[in-house]
Design a protein around this ligand. Structure first.
Ligand SMILES: [Zn+2]
Length: 207
């Protein structure tokens, strides 16, 4: 069995959405061996930091939060699709060239995994791509960007996917992973009432 860790490392210096200072995780040492007999760290961060899962409430008023989230949605077989040739955004035509079936959990590997563009003009899934995946009735879609879309003020990609009950994973790190089939584990942390959660995402081969 081989395990690929496809999670981003969380640190103050890590890439954050559009490079915004307020999005940087802040670490504080609550207790250490100078003060007491234990070491304890406090972490303050936006739930959309690094590798994370989005729930409908993120973009839809009164949408579902993560309470009662079904783990079999993210502990499942998946397909990594290589789209590293795509220049700006992943559209319907890019996806049509790939083998995508009903019930698939699709991970989009793009230039984001190999170039230093996460805080800039990262590759995203556009509206036509989201409509295509929704028509295909996929189970989930993950991307190696800190947002699954940008440059679409109406957030159409998120809304189309959420309306079709498609799970969204963001902030994946796919540089070491080739196109192919894997077993995905990407369980969210069990936090009450929230619209997103960090996940430790791994791909497993030979299970
Ligand atoms: Zn998010």
């Amino acid at each position: 069995m081989k395990i690929y860790d496809i999670s981003m490392e969380i640190s103050h210096e890590m890439p954050v959405y559009k490079g915004r200072t307020e999005k940087r995780p802040v670490f504080k040492i609550d207790n250490d061996f100078n003060k007491g007999s234990a070491y304890e760290t406090r972490l303050e961060m936006n739930l959309h930091t690094g590798t994370h899962l989005d729930a409908p409430l993120h973009m839809i008023e009164d949408g579902k939060n993560l309470d009662g989230f079904d783990l079999d949605k993210v502990i499942t077989k998946c397909k990594v699709i290589d789209l590293t040739h795509v220049a700006e955004k992943v559209s319907k035509t890019d996806l049509e060239a790939k083998e995508i079936q009903m019930g698939d959990f699709i991970l989009l590997k793009t230039r984001n995994s190999i170039e230093n563009i996460l805080e800039k003009d990262f590759i995203y899934l556009d509206k036509s791509g989201a409509e295509y995946l929704s028509g295909k009735k996929v189970k989930g879609v993950g991307i190696d960007a800190l947002g699954i879309e940008r440059a679409q003020p109406g957030h159409e990609t998120h809304k189309i996917l959420f309306s079709a009950r498609i799970v969204i994973l963001e902030g994946l790190k796919l540089d070491e992973v080739n196109e192919g089939e894997y077993f995905l584990f990407a369980a969210p942390v069990k936090i009450k009432g929230v619209e997103a959660s960090p996940v430790r995402a791994v791909l497993i081969v030979g299970m």
